[in-house]
Structures are given as C-alpha cells and as structure tokens.
Design a protein around this ligand. Structure first.
Ligand SMILES: [Zn+2]
Ligand SMILES: [Zn+2]
Ligand SMILES: [Zn+2]
Length: 179
C-alpha cells in the first residue's frame, strides 16, 4: 500500500515519491510506524499468548485474561511481542513449544500475512541458566513451577537444556524431544 509507485510517474519525475521532496524516505516513515507500535500497549502480546488488551483487573491484584470464550489463568501480564494485529492471539495452550498459545498465535498471524516483533530478543528466563542453548520455547508452568500441558498461571521462555533438566532428562539435547 505504501509502495504504490506508478512507473510512469517515476520516469517523468526526478523523485520516486512525493516524500522525497520533503527529505523523508519511506524507510524512515516505516521505522516511525514500527516504533509507534512498539510503545503502543494496545499492540502488545503477553507471554501467555494473548493480547495485553484482553487482560483485565491486574492493577487491582486479581486479573483475568479473557479471549473469546477462553479464560486463561495468566497471573502476571508480561508483554513480549508487538503486532499490528493482535486479534489472532486467541488460542489455548496445550503444552510447551509448538503447543503453546504464543506459538499457535504466531503461526496464525503468519498464515494471514501479518507480522509481529519481539520487544526483546528471546532468551532463557531460568534464573540458573548458564547453558546458552539457543533453542528457546514458551512454557506453561503451574504455581509450583512445574511444566504443565494446559494453560498455566505462569508462562516463561526457557531453553531446551533447562526444559530437559526440569523434566529429569538432562543431556538429551538435540534429539528433538522438545518441539
Ligand atoms: Zn497473559
Ligand atoms: Zn492469556
Ligand atoms: Zn536455560
């Protein structure tokens, strides 16, 4: 839409876009729009896999995350992504990694040709992680920090090694057990 340049206009004119006469490039406008979305809370997506604007009442201590008919037990809203369209983050979590609502929401977004960006590059959130395993997965945890296969009150990003350690499967990296 932004790049609707007519070849005839390009030929008959020095400038490719009226913006050029203003000392403005398409790139600088795109960068501004991207930055605007980055700081716009209504574009943010929580680590639970749902839009921040579907989270209600957290300021008062007892919040709830509600998308459509799915009530998610997310305990602490924590934005990790921004997207120009957060409506596709509506899924339910069935486990870690590919089964987590953050992953299924991101795939849905990709399928409809929309984009999302990380607020911070994903890294392992485990406090004792020293393993620098580059494979990072969204994980749903219960109140006791155990990995669960359903929507959990705590959602985190963990590396493959930390997940294997928590499951008692240390040393089985690279076998595709975590996906
Ligand atoms: Zn959440
Ligand atoms: Zn949620
Ligand atoms: Zn780790």
């Amino acid at each position: 839409m932004e790049n609707n340049e007519n070849p005839e206009v390009l030929q008959s004119s020095e400038s490719g876009s009226p913006l050029d006469s203003l000392g403005i490039s398409s790139e600088s406008v795109a960068r501004f729009l991207n930055d605007r979305d980055r700081y716009d809370q209504s574009k943010h997506v929580c680590i639970c896999g749902h839009a921040i604007n579907k989270h209600h009442g957290y300021e008062g201590g007892r919040g709830y995350c509600l998308t459509g008919r799915h009530e998610c037990p997310c305990q602490k809203k924590n934005a990790v992504l921004f997207s120009n369209d957060t409506r596709y983050f509506m899924r339910k979590t069935y486990g870690l990694g590919s089964k987590h609502a953050l992953s299924t929401g991101l795939l849905r977004l990709k399928q409809v040709g929309k984009k999302a960006y990380w607020l911070e590059e994903p890294a392992c959130w485990h406090p004792n992680c020293t393993l620098a395993n580059p494979l990072i997965f969204p994980v749903s945890l219960d109140k006791g920090s155990q990995i669960i296969d359903k929507p959990g009150p705590i959602n985190v990003l963990l590396c493959e090694s930390c997940i294997l350690n928590m499951k008692g499967l240390a040393g089985h990296e690279g076998k595709g057990w975590i996906w």
